[in-house]
Design a protein around this ligand. Structure first.
Ligand code: SAM
Length: 240
């Protein structure tokens, strides 16, 4: 046990079937310390209680492993903010090649700092907008797994995510609350961008049993070149 990490964090790891090394636990602790320290100067998270960081940021990010796991994959986290879920996943799956995409410069500065102090290799934080980078060949259809937490509605997220996903790859979108209408719109959007809903899985980790779900989409075919459209067009004419 590493001092500074709560019993509930360890319980959650166990529920997810994860057994972390001392080095990985120390990386989480340092990540938490840097997050809370930087948060006094920049607004990175509304969560300021250390145990809540461990449950609502770290475990919530790691819950994605209940629906998708693998070795040597390329992961893209869109709108990563302070690194959730992508940076937390990288700590637990160091062999993954991870790209954190974030529009806000100060958050990218934080992400790059944490990557450096945790001495992580095979992870990069890129500043940019999802709807713009997706049209660059270096990013288009390059990822096995695309995720985005708390960034936009499902139909917008699918339009952001599908262009980055390889055919046969997965898009995992964590969501919470009543999703009946949003999910119907998401399914319609998915049809336009070549994705289909494969699973809708409740998160079962104590401390997180509040209607959290993981929506797993499969990229069935290549996303048509016109997507994603410019942000203003997406707002005016949503796909779903
Ligand atoms: N994913 C993180 C989490 O769950 O803690 C951050 C969530 S925060 C509410 C949303 C983040 O998405 C912000 O940091 C924002 O700058 C970023 N964002 C929003 N739209 C974006 C876009 N089109 N491209 C890239 N980043 C975007």
């Amino acid at each position: 046990m590493v001092e500074g990490l709560s019993n509930n964090f360890y319980t959650g790891l166990k529920q997810l079937g994860l057994s972390l090394s001392d080095q990985q636990l120390a990386q989480f602790l340092r990540y938490q310390q840097e997050l809370l320290d930087w948060n006094t100067r920049f607004n990175l998270t509304a969560i300021t209680d250390p145990e809540e960081v461990q449950i609502k940021h770290f475990l919530d990010s790691l819950s994605l492993l209940a629906v998708y796991d693998g070795s040597q994959i390329d992961l893209l986290d869109i709108g990563s903010g302070a690194g959730f879920p992508g940076l937390a996943l990288k700590i637990v799956r160091p062999e993954w090649n991870v790209t954190l995409l974030e529009a806000t410069g100060k958050k990218v500065t934080f992400l790059r700092y944490v990557i450096e102090v945790l001495q992580l290799e095979g992870i990069a934080a890129e500043q940019g907008r999802a709807e713009e980078l997706a049209h660059q060949a270096a990013y288009r259809a390059q990822f096995d797994l695309v995720t985005a937490r708390a960034v936009a509605s499902l139909s917008t997220l699918l339009e952001y995510s599908a262009p980055y996903c390889r055919v046969g790859g997965a898009i995992v979108l964590p969501k919470k609350g009543d999703l009946v209408d949003e999910l119907a719109r998401g399914r319609r959007a998915a049809g336009h961008v070549g994705a289909t809903l494969k699973a809708d899985v409740a998160v079962e980790v104590s401390g997180l049993v509040d209607g959290r779900r993981l929506l797993v989409w499969r990229q069935q075919k290549e996303c048509p070149a016109q997507y994603p459209r410019a942000g203003a067009v997406m707002v005016k004419k949503p796909l779903g």
